[in-house]
Design a protein around this ligand. Structure first.
Ligand code: GLN
Length: 451
């Protein structure tokens, strides 16, 4: 049914970069035979899943939305991909994304934009617009995404889906093509909170291939959904993310959702996070710095594309020509920014200062969580904007992540779930909840209470 649906609508949506139809049918048959032979499989066995193209997949093309990886077939599976296969899930293929996960609209994909299924002239969010659109368009019941500054949660917001960024280290990053290693986290994209929880339970495991992987014994997220009790829960509304710069319909849906939770017994209080206003500035130094280092491996020798200048040239000439042809303009912009921020003489002023701001943001979270159980905000300032609207203005694009970036800087978990439609344009709005590190289960309880 998923493959039929993809064939019917993906021409317009363009959620997928690669559809692995034959592999999917073979994998589904394999699940049947595992069942027939008596293997006990979990609740998502046999369920198709779409995979963001940032995760490497054995035998299946993986591009991270970049020409520089066009034609590359990875020799192994990312840990998250291995875990979903072991759970009997059926990978459908790879979903579109901003090149190397840099963007908020999926327009920076080297392979063309994805369209929002709610209105095809609108963006599906980014960088994981393909995964969110695939789920929203009923092409896949569930998907995997990655979130470095909001790339799971903001696409969920604009497509009326559920997206979760787990605690940093809760899910393995092994085989996730790195953007900014201290911020990246893999997580579920789904239509319901329970679906996300079931997938979280599958992928949230320690992995010795990832040195930042936590060794925690996690409670069942699916069990947290079944609790769905918010009586007495203290919810802190982030003052800095509840007013200026936010669309009226977004704020109205957000407050309507809070009213529902208050009706269910939650206490709503206002919380001050004075350093959040500097989070975007800090992020756009730390993230490009790490990305400039991570992307150095795309050197024309190890992976994918190789462009030889006319008449040949040195190894350095080949590398330069390959990177010139293989990387898009947003990726180049960030490599230059990051290289500059890390260079001798500027390091203390830029990268060093940004790391100090990161600590201040973490302290804002610590201070807030001394008084409340979860924090709440709209997931993003506006509903889905038109394709092309912000493409030529990087600053306007970066501001989409004002509400999502603080969680990545602090490593805390976050969820975005549907909070209704904005009155002025009828487009989906997401509400975001953030919890202390390791309290991911709490997000599922709140989410389930609202759903
Ligand atoms: N939109 C943000 C950026 O462009 C976040 C991307 C992400 O989370 N991968 O960096």
């Amino acid at each position: 049914a998923s493959l039929d649906r993809i064939a019917a609508v993906d021409g317009g949506v363009h959620a997928f970069l690669h559809v692995a139809a034959d592999d999917a049918i073979a994998a589904a048959a394999d699940v049947d035979s595992r069942r027939a032979s008596g293997e006990k499989l979990g609740p998502l066995a046999g369920v198709p899943i779409a995979i963001k193209d940032v995760l490497v997949t054995e035998g299946m093309p993986t591009t991270a939305g970049s020409r520089i990886l066009e034609g590359w077939i990875p020799p192994y599976d990312a840990t998250t991909v291995r875990l979903v296969r072991e759970a009997g899930m059926v990978p459908l293929g790879k979903t579109n994304m901003d090149e190397f996960a840099m963007g908020s609209s999926t327009e920076h994909s080297a392979f063309g934009a994805t369209h929002n299924p709610w209105a095809l002239d609108r963006i599906p969010g980014g960088s994981g617009g393909g995964s969110a659109a695939a789920v929203a368009a009923f092409e896949a019941p569930i998907a995997l995404g990655s979130d470095t500054g909001g790339s799971i949660r903001q696409p969920a917001h604009v497509t009326g889906t559920v997206g979760v960024k787990p605690t940093y280290g809760a899910v393995s990053r092994y085989g996730a093509i790195a953007m900014a290693s201290s911020l990246d986290q893999i997580g579920p994209v789904s239509r319901t909170v329970l679906d996300a929880a079931l997938l979280h339970d599958i992928i949230g495991k320690h992995d010795h291939h990832d040195s930042t992987s936590l060794r925690d014994r996690w409670p069942s997220m699916a069990e947290a959904v079944r609790t769905a009790d918010v009586d007495g829960l203290r919810i802190g509304v982030i003052r800095q993310l509840d007013g200026e710069g936010f669309q009226q319909g977004v704020l109205d849906s957000f407050h309507a959702a809070l009213d529902l939770l208050e009706g269910a017994g939650a206490h709503i209080v206002e919380v001050n996070t004075p350093n959040f206003e500097y989070a975007i500035s800090a992020y756009y130094l730390i993230m490009p710095a790490e990305a400039s280092s991570n992307l150095a491996k795309f050197d024309s020798v190890r992976f994918g594309l190789r462009v030889t200048p006319e008449g040949g040239g040195t190894v350095e000439d080949v590398m330069s020509a390959t990177r010139d042809a293989g990387f898009g303009s947003e990726v180049k912009r960030r490599i230059i920014l990051g290289t500059y921020a890390l260079s001798a003489g500027y390091y203390d002023a830029y990268y060093g200062s940004a790391q100090k701001v990161r600590t201040l943001v973490q302290r804002d979270f610590d201070a807030a969580f001394a008084h409340v159980d979860v924090l709440a905000s709209p997931t993003a300032p506006t509903t889905a904007f038109k394709l092309g609207e912000k493409l030529s203005d990087p600053m306007a694009m970066y501001l989409n992540d004002i509400a999502t970036i603080p969680a990545n800087l602090a490593g805390v978990p976050g969820i975005s779930l549907p909070a209704g439609l904005a009155a002025e344009d009828g487009l989906p709005v997401g509400i975001q909840f953030l919890a202390p590190a390791r309290a991911d289960a709490r997000l599922y309880t709140v989410g389930a209470a609202l759903e």
